[in-house]
Design a protein. Structure first.
Length: 169
């Protein structure tokens, strides 16, 4: 079986062997990709009063597992060209989210019946609460990586059953 090689010639990590972020109070989902275990976490962005920041409802940041698990803010290029989100308010307690690097994937942040916010998307033609995104990269360049596939993992919004699906962007 062919094992993908990441952009630096090392064997690529299997998605399920990468660390899962823990102890992030309002984490909605996270993104991992080749070539290392560093992870971008997307958490609710709250005001000092504890309510959702309506202008900027999601705060992305790094957990740098390759650097002792340090948390770091995304830099300008990462926010504007890769891991940042474009956000549009679509109603009361409802937002459309799209990655700046791939606007075709529609995510929806909305308050559920339990009064908690979740990020929803479609996985295998079912509405799902998104938990994880994994991007398999093989070669390419900094600005134009060769993305083999994107894998989404989440839970069926109705049944809670685990869902996973892949697509080629």
């Amino acid at each position: 079986m062919h094992r993908p090689v990441c952009c630096r010639g090392k064997p690529a990590a299997a998605p399920d062997t990468l660390p899962v972020p823990k102890n992030v109070k309002d984490m909605k989902f996270f993104v991992q990709r080749d070539p290392n275990s560093n992870t971008v976490v997307y958490e609710l962005n709250k005001t000092a009063q504890g309510s959702l920041d309506e202008k900027d409802p999601i705060h992305p940041f790094w957990i740098r597992y390759a650097e002792d698990g340090a948390q770091k803010e995304l830099n300008y290029i990462q926010r504007k060209f890769a891991y940042g989100l474009n956000t549009k308010k679509t109603g009361t307690d409802s937002y459309e989210l799209r990655f700046v690097c791939y606007s075709k994937l529609v995510l929806r942040l909305r308050k559920g019946p339990d009064s908690k916010y979740n990020v929803y998307t479609t996985i295998n033609q079912k509405e799902a609460i998104l938990d994880r995104v994994f991007v398999r990269i093989e070669g390419g360049t900094f600005w134009v990586p060769n993305v083999l596939y994107v894998e989404l993992k989440g839970r069926d919004a109705v049944t809670g059953k685990a869902l996973a699906g892949r697509f080629k962007p």
